[in-house]
Design a protein around this ligand. Structure first.
Ligand SMILES: [Zn+2]
Length: 428
């Protein structure tokens, strides 16, 4: 992708040299290994577009490595023809070209790919691709073995800085869940006060291990309209299920007072620990979910109340760009994070980067996050598209004489590296 703006190529070349702070990723380890060529294409988020263009049953067959590539090719060919222009498909095309010298997806190309699958599970290969992508550090969110975090034995993928996943700690609805969450501390919790003390201890253990932020993706399973219930209302739910291990509080009304109360308590802990809070807003992975519940604007009362907590709002709130620009402009404690968004919808990003430049302080934008697992060849493709999006947006603003080329270079550096380095206190 490129812009016809005169300065585009020069700006794009400069942007290629800027190291990336990968603001959000899920890699737990290097890999998983590619077992066959179809996995190189039917990969990561692109699976959702392929299902959207065919069916779950068809994609189930594509994932069945017991079937030969020849047997699966007619299904893939048909689905590919219907979805080969999305942002995710752009990643697939770039990976084919860069790592396998294949310009087109054909059965013969797939057979050649199968002969030389990239060994993403090999740490040297993995690090080599991070170098090639110029990814300096990755802020990773995975579901680690908490016991291994607390005793310091957990091994992370290269260049990872972990975050603390919050949803499980505030969506509790039964005695069994509380017991399971507290197991790493080997502690029996009997009251809401004891539960909060234990959570604080676990979070401090994460910080000691190297965690740098909190992350919350509750928008997958509940609306972001957190109320501000009393401790008594929360305690009533907690005591109700703790007093009988067979009870389970019901979504939504049965759990909401406790869920909302704990979320606020954890934000107070974030403030006290000086940890930013990353929030999933907008588009969700997978298919068939409710987008209205994920709009960042639902959290306005939270941003108004927790003025000392720094919020990093994910996925550019796709498709609600206007609401997020407003929130970022209006609240000093709200930043915009384009993680994943650069490939959900490249054109949305190009437009929003331009609009963000003219409407919000450019120091509040975090421009890149892979948001995938350990198949790092796709991270390379994703990073290249993010660099394209920023180059196109800023080149067009230079062409409009909104800012100079040198200023555009400074903004690009801030968006891809400088802002996140400062915001997450990375000290790079
Ligand atoms: Zn994610």
């Amino acid at each position: 992708m490129k812009s016809p703006a005169k300065c585009h190529d020069s700006l794009r070349s400069h942007i290629e040299t800027v190291p990336l702070v990968d603001c959000h990723d899920h890699s737990m380890e290097c890999g998983p290994k590619y077992e066959d060529a179809i996995q190189v294409i039917v990969n990561s988020y692109f699976v959702s577009d392929l299902i959207g263009a065919s069916s779950e049953a068809d994609v189930g067959k594509l994932n069945d490595a017991k079937l030969s590539v020849e047997d699966r090719w007619p299904i893939l060919e048909k689905a590919w023809k219907r979805t080969c222009h999305t942002g995710y498909a752009q990643v697939a095309r770039r990976v084919l070209q860069e790592f396998y010298d294949e310009d087109e997806l054909t059965l013969d190309a797939l057979k050649r790919v199968g002969q030389r699958l990239v060994k993403v599970e090999d740490e040297d290969v993995y690090v080599g691709i991070l170098d090639k992508s110029n990814i300096a550090v990755r802020i990773v969110n995975n579901c680690p073995d908490v016991k291994a975090v607390l005793d310091g034995s957990l091994k992370l993928a290269p260049r990872s800085k972990p975050v603390i996943g919050l949803p499980g700690y505030h969506s509790i609805k039964s005695h069994a869940e509380v017991r399971q969450l507290m197991a790493p501390l080997k502690r029996t919790v009997t009251s809401l006060g004891e539960y909060l003390d234990a959570c604080r201890e676990i979070f401090k253990g994460f910080r000691k291990f190297g965690a740098i932020a909190f992350k919350d993706q509750s928008a997958y399973s509940r609306p972001l309209d957190y109320g501000n219930p009393s401790r008594a209302a929360a305690e009533e739910v907690f005591n109700w299920f703790m007093s009988d291990p067979r009870r389970v509080a019901a979504y939504p009304d049965g759990v909401k007072p406790l869920d909302d109360y704990l979320f606020h308590e954890f934000l107070r802990m974030a403030r006290d620990m000086d940890f930013p809070v990353q929030i999933h807003t907008g588009h969700m992975a997978g298919i068939r979910n409710d987008i209205a519940k994920t709009n960042a604007v639902l959290m306005t009362p939270v941003f108004e109340l927790h003025r000392d907590v720094r919020f990093d709002l994910f996925h550019a709130n796709w498709p609600y760009s206007g609401e997020l620009l407003y929130l970022c402009k209006n609240f000093p404690n709200v930043s915009i994070d384009f993680c994943w968004t650069n490939i959900i919808d490249p054109v949305y990003c190009q437009q929003m980067f331009k609009q963000a430049l003219s409407s919000v302080p450019h120091g509040k934008i975090h421009g890149y996050g892979t948001d995938m697992g350990g198949r790092v060849d796709w991270a390379w493709g994703h990073a290249a598209i993010a660099r394209d999006n920023i180059a196109i947006a800023l080149a067009e603003m230079v062409e409009m004489e909104y800012l100079s080329l040198d200023e555009a270079k400074e903004v690009a550096h801030a968006w891809l590296f400088g802002n996140a380095n400062e915001f997450f206190r990375l000290g790079l």
